[in-house]
Write a protein that binds this ligand. Structure first.
Ligand SMILES: [Zn+2]
Length: 194
């Protein structure tokens, strides 16, 4: 099983601190105590053979956008695509996670992943797989491990996504990147590589 234990980059009155004994409180001064219980859980799971990721956004100073991108990258771990494993995370305005998705086959369809060109026709993109769980207007931030393609930009526009961040650039041998970026701007989506 692939699992991520994460401490989101909360913002509020002071510095969010997760104590060694799991207690949460706002501190006046930044104080980074190693949270023993969740961190030990991540280590124990790794020792039991699970793919476990420990992500402390507070100690690492991650922004919400970087946090969302980390979630997207974690979702991509589930992709079977040997060429491009892509993940997408959708956050609401209050920073709660609305949905995650990764690129894969439609239900009941077997894809020959070894055929690089043939597989492309069957793969449902990560953005599409994540967006089908949300309502238009529900999402404030979309993060994809790779820049979304033309079709996924259009799809994001139909869900009224205002902001989209991504990690890697698209494969320029397959996609027209400048044109895709212009489409995002035309759709009113603020697209940024972080
Ligand atoms: Zn796409």
């Amino acid at each position: 099983m692939k699992i991520m234990i994460s401490y989101p980059p909360l913002a509020g009155e002071g510095t969010p601190t997760l104590g060694q004994n799991r207690q949460f409180q706002w501190f006046h001064n930044p104080s980074f105590i190693y949270p023993m219980v969740p961190a030990s859980a991540a280590t124990l799971m790794k020792e039991k053979g699970y793919d476990s990721i420990y992500n402390d956004s507070i100690a690492e100073g991650l922004t919400w956008e970087q946090y969302a991108l980390e979630l997207a990258r974690t979702a991509s771990l589930r992709s079977e695509d040997p060429y491009h494993a892509v993940g997408t995370a959708l956050l609401r305005a209050d920073h709660t996670v609305a949905a995650l998705g990764y690129n894969g086959a439609p239900p009941g369809v077997e894809i020959d992943w070894t055929d690089r060109d043939k597989r492309r026709k069957f793969v449902i993109h990560a953005e599409n797989n994540a967006l089908r769980y949300v309502a238009p207007g529900e999402v404030a931030l979309m993060a994809s491990s790779m820049m979304p393609c033309w079709d996924c930009i259009l799809l994001a526009a139909t869900y009224r996504i205002p902001r989209l961040v991504y990690g890697e650039e698209l494969d320029s041998t397959v996609y027209d990147i400048p044109l895709t970026k212009r489409l995002a701007a035309d759709c009113g989506i603020v697209l940024e590589k972080i």
